[in-house]
Design a protein around this ligand. Sequence first.
Ligand SMILES: C[S@@+](CC[C@H](N)C(=O)[O-])C[C@H]1O[C@@H](n2cnc3c(N)ncnc32)[C@H](O)[C@@H]1O
Length: 237
Amino acid sequence: MKKLKNWDYKNWLSSNEYIFKLTHFLKKQINFTKEMNILDIGCGRGKIISVLSKKYQMVNLPLGIDIVKHKDIEKKIRFIKINALNYLSKTKEKFDIILFKQSIHFFKLVEIKKILKLSKRNLTPKGKVIILALHPKQNHWPLFKVFKSKLMKSLKKDEKILNLIKFNFKKYKINYFTFKVKTTRDLYLQMIENRFNSCLLNLSLKEIKTGIEEIKRRYKKKLIFSDKLICISYKNT
Ligand SMILES: C[S@@+](CC[C@H](N)C(=O)[O-])C[C@H]1O[C@@H](n2cnc3c(N)ncnc32)[C@H](O)[C@@H]1O
């Protein structure tokens, strides 16, 4: 699969408001301290852990890993360009939090089984694994036909992933994070042109162009919709 490079490029997913609300949401589940060691798997530019690192003046810079190395990676983190499975099977480092924010679906089901096992192994005694994924049933992103059918297929796979995670964790908590997106149609169309979502990566240029025209016809110039995530958290003890 082609690599995802423009996921949060100048859109709501990297906005200060989004990151602020997300870190606030995480705070309800995690008692952050400055001594904490955090691993963010599929961290992208590392914005979330960078904000946490600054906010809680973390002594250990959080570690972000990703298969893509962006030029503008945040400063207050450690970053390694590596496949998560390789990293987790080799590292001896222990983490208080292992975060997967919208990254778990990039792995095959057999890989996820291994990743969950290794994540548990690499937790400190009171550590937590936090997994955030698009809500499989309540997605409100503006969509065009081909995008919708690819996304629905991907969300079906996500349901299997969520069941696998629940089965593997046995004891877990579920919460939801909802962000009200207010953006313009033009900005959203740029996101589509930039292939911000993995379902857009393999579409042809013609499919993208037709999709853009479809969005122009079907949606108003100002877009308001909710971006809803499901969050599964597992605690070691
Ligand atoms: C949808 S983005 C989410 C980025 C970030 N967590 C966020 O929410 O802003 C998914 C990220 O997972 C990364 N990724 C995909 N496969 C990966 C792998 N095998 N190992 C590490 N990172 C991976 C992608 O490169 C991408 O940056």
